[in-house]
Design a protein. Sequence first.
Length: 348
Amino acid sequence: MDKIKVAIIGVGNCAKSLIEGIHFYSQNPQETVGLIHPTVGGYSISDIEIVEAFDVDERKVGKLLHEAVTMEPNRTMIISEISPSKIIVKRGPTLDSIIDENRKYFIHESNKPSVDVAATLKQSGAEVVLNYLPTGSDEAAFAYAQAALDAGCSFINCMPTKLGRDEKWIAKFSQKGLVLLGDDIKSQLGATIVNRSILELFKRRGFRVTQSDQTNFGGNADHHNLHYRPDAKEECKETSLGSVLSKEDVKPNARMIYTEKNYDHKRASLFVMGEMFGKVPASVQVILDDEDSPNSGGIVVDAIRAVKVLIDKNVVDRAAEISASIMKAPYKQMSEEDSYGVFSEITN
Ligand SMILES: NC(=O)c1ccc[n+]([C@@H]2O[C@H](COP(=O)([O-])OP(=O)(O)OC[C@H]3O[C@@H](n4cnc5c(N)ncnc54)[C@H](O)[C@@H]3O)[C@@H](O)[C@H]2O)c1
């Protein structure tokens, strides 16, 4: 198979886990544990090649990619020791991506000028651009999405800025035969899919949902940023949860709490309550413990390969259906079961 050439925006924890995971499965081609789809449209994980990367932190800009991923504040559970890379992390435009509260420790802004992102993407041969910017960086996300378009690249929006659910942006990409997937990647076993599955079960069993509370405790750079800029993330989560409920049910709640430690461990506390037979109450409480960043990697490897399949099969107009299975806030919400079926139908 052809290699799928990928550029990364934001060499943070998610990028680190993704790169280490691609290396792990490439070195162990028989290993299928941890993969929802060992192959997607015939593509294996080893067919994914990272060809370019952008950041704004002086500890990462100008470094080789295998060194940059190890720099603070990145701190995830190591999946594998990656091979030396020849890719030098380029300085991207900052725009609205750094909040003052993150400057002390989480981002040390580089004083180098930004490169021309579209020209750099073109030169790298990238086909797919992965957006891992901090949540709330709308201006920066739009600028990178436009640069991807100008360079003829598809775009996967792993954060909540409205791109994959905006008809204007969807049209801009599909008119050029490119794919836009978004918004906000749904982790492999994250709070959203677990919470959503419980709500779907309540509805399938005839309940009225009277309470649905999700509290996410995390200590990484993403959670520090989310402590100050939670709105877009909470909206994506609440939209995803609300989409499996009906008018008679309560509106679900999702909250983000920073735990004041720099580690990637995350705990989500879920509480769902409802009325069953005879309007008698029943509830479920779940504690989910996970490593935040590998949890997104398991889905991003599917997203990258799905983009390639949509282009190979010349069905870029079906991008929104792929987003329904892998994004918290896609253009069109579907049930977990339906979206899984559609993903398999399109990519097989
Ligand atoms: N499971 C998950 O971790 C998960 C799930 C869904 C969505 N997300 C979203 O993915 C995004 C990335 O998460 P993360 O944990 O890797 O965050 P992170 O803070 O570890 O990484 C962000 C990286 O972006 C860099 N950056 C900041 N501004 C930039 C700019 N203008 N140009 C280029 N790089 C820039 C930072 O220096 C940092 O290296 C967040 O928006 C997060 O909400 C994460």
